[in-house]
Design a protein around this ligand. Structure first.
Ligand code: CMP
Length: 138
């Protein structure tokens, strides 16, 4: 179903107090929030969530950071949700992200890049199932 995607606001946004700005950008872009929660990942849970990056040079940096503070997990609805959200957040490295994108405006570096967005519909479903039960998505 191409109407839904998964988004996660990362610990740096909580630290920099940019969570509300990021949420506003997402809502202004026309996304509807169908599920939302604040939680904290353990190191083991972060490693499981990002297991496709296991073995990469940045894996430990990424999972240590992602378990260093709260995250906000969301199921978002909009037509062509995956493509639309990835366009809104911009490239992984905030320095390379297009002007006006969320990572460009609020990100610091490739690790501290404020948001995660699913890169496919298959991954989106896997990722929201990681955080939400069926009854927590409306
Ligand atoms: P995200 O969308 O959460 O998916 C995987 C994450 O790995 C990515 O955002 C970055 O934060 C991180 N990442 C990807 N490439 C690098 C890299 N070269 N160095 C550090 N972190 C990276």
């Amino acid at each position: 179903n191409t109407r839904f995607t998964f988004c996660m606001i990362k610990p740096d946004a909580f630290k920099n107090d940019t969570v509300s700005d990021i949420l506003l950008e997402i809502l202004k872009a026309g996304f509807k929030i169908r599920g939302i929660k604040i939680t904290m990942l353990t190191k083991a849970k972060a490693e499981e969530f990002y297991d496709i990056h296991k073995g990469k040079e940045f894996f430990d940096r990424l999972t240590t950071f992602m378990s260093s503070g709260p995250v906000m997990a969301m199921v978002l609805e909009k037509p062509d949700a995956v493509e639309s959200l990835r366009k809104l957040i911009g490239k992984t490295n905030p320095a390379e992200a297009e002007e006006g994108t969320i990572r460009n405006r609020f990100g610091t570096d490739t690790t501290h890049n404020t948001v995660h967005a699913a890169d496919s519909y298959e991954h989106a479903e896997r990722e929201w199932s990681f955080f939400f039960s069926k009854r927590e998505i409306y």
